[in-house]
Design a protein around this ligand. Structure first.
Ligand code: SF4
Ligand code: SF4
Length: 396
């Protein structure tokens, strides 16, 4: 694709990167075939190729219309288009550049909602009381709003041993409030196999929420905080483990995000040491068994695992080795509609994608649905006919 970006933009690293990405697109349109929003709306402007054109036009002219924000806001950032693209177009990175540069001309209530999400969700100390209040008021809320209130649970206290082999398990934000039992279950599994989980209290939200909402300073602030919290432990641990694939994909990209900052080298080290829990368990060769009566599982691969981390088949291998039967699932590459805060900001589209995904997942009559990201888990559970769990909870 030919570009004519202004000299002022080309004088920046961001402008150079945008030009490289734009020029790598050959307009073939293969990506549209696997884009969930293109499939849903049937509009070129709601597919990756059309969004790339709109970003190009905005970066060349500086003219942003409400229309561009509307079509970019409808993008799930699922990155299915990146998996499909034969030219390796880094669509997600281009979208980040656009979101950081676009003026915010959304209506006031939408801006307020985004501000509220950025203020509350990444802060566990705030999210906990807000979730507790939301759960108390749930019976009084309209159904669609009640569905958005995350459950709140407190994990059982852990009494585990110390071991020479050590790892860090990222706590994150929403998962630590809504399903803290996932990480405590992992800590017990690892403890029983001679691996200790270190408690790094200063670690917080990975920054992905702010990043997807176009707030780069807040995202960078969260990333720097985490790098400082984790860097001192890197020599004493085998890995920094992520049990929420949405957090893992962001932390694995800290090196790029913090390039050129004072924390660049440490960020690169944190990123290199961060593994999805499935990768860590598969590489370490640990053995597991089934932990429940249910045997037939429908596996939902989060986009952040399959398109972001490019990890495919690893969880499936571990579940099969533990004795589970995986039921067939049609169109596994498609997003379930959760996509971070998307299910709150684009509820109708998110619901349509969720219902379509549940049809695929439940088509093989599973006893449970398993996934690897807290957002997908809560979103699917809001309408699923069978329980939706984190896949780790199926191991013992
Ligand atoms: S598949 Fe890749 S090269 Fe083709 S239009 Fe989409 S982004 Fe561009
Ligand atoms: S990230 Fe997902 S929703 Fe957005 S353009 Fe790519 S495939 Fe479509």
């Amino acid at each position: 694709m030919q570009t004519q970006l202004p000299e002022s933009l080309l004088a920046t690293d961001r402008g150079q990167r945008a030009q490289t990405i734009l020029r790598s697109c050959v307009h073939c349109g293969f990506c549209n075939a696997t884009c969930p929003t293109y499939q849903l709306f049937g509009d070129e402007l709601d597919g990756p190729r059309g969004r790339i054109y709109q970003i190009k036009s905005f970066l060349e002219t500086g003219e942003a219309t409400l229309r561009i924000n509307t079509h970019l806001d409808r993008c799930l950032t699922c990155r299915s288009c990146e998996t499909t693209c034969p030219s390796g177009v880094a669509y997600g990175e281009l979208l980040e550049i656009a979101r950081e540069s676009l003026p915010d001309d959304r209506v006031w209530w939408r801006r307020l909602l985004i501000w509220g999400l950025k203020a509350v969700v990444p802060r566990r100390q705030l999210l906990r009381p807000v979730a507790a209040l939301g759960n108390l008021m749930k019976p009084l809320l309209p159904g669609s709003l009640a569905q958005k209130v995350p459950p709140m649970r407190v994990a059982d206290p852990l009494r585990l041993g110390t071991h020479p082999r050590k790892v860090i398990v990222l706590q994150g934000c929403v998962q630590s409030v809504s399903t803290p039992e996932v990480n405590t279950h992992l800590a017990r599994l690892l403890d029983a196999r001679g691996i200790e989980v270190l408690d790094v209290r200063a670690e917080t939200c990975c920054g992905s929420l702010a990043l997807h909402l176009g707030d780069e300073p807040a995202a960078i602030g969260a990333m720097v905080g985490n790098v400082r919290a984790l860097a001192g432990y890197l020599d004493s641990v085998e890995a920094v483990i992520s049990t929420a694939s949405g957090c893992g994909v962001t932390v694995q990209d800290y090196g790029r995000h913090l390039a050129g900052t004072a924390e660049a080298a440490e960020a690169e080290s944190v990123a290199k040491k961060t593994l999805d829990v499935a990768t860590f368990l598969a590489q370490s060769g640990l053995r597991f068994n089934r932990s429940r009566e249910e045997k037939r599982i429908a596996w939902h691969t989060p986009c952040t695992l399959q398109h972001g981390q490019r990890s495919r088949g690893v969880v499936e291998g571990l579940l099969r080795a533990a004795g589970y039967e995986l039921t067939p699932v049609a169109d596994p590459h498609l997003c379930c509609g959760s996509a971070g805060t998307y299910s709150i900001l684009q509820p109708d589209t998110a619901q349509a994608l969720r219902d379509r995904k549940l049809d695929s997942l439940e088509g093989g009559n599973p006893e449970l649905i398993a996934t690897a990201n807290i957002g997908c888990q809560l979103h699917l559970a809001s309408a699923a006919g069978v329980p939706v769990v984190h896949w780790l909870q199926l191991l013992k």
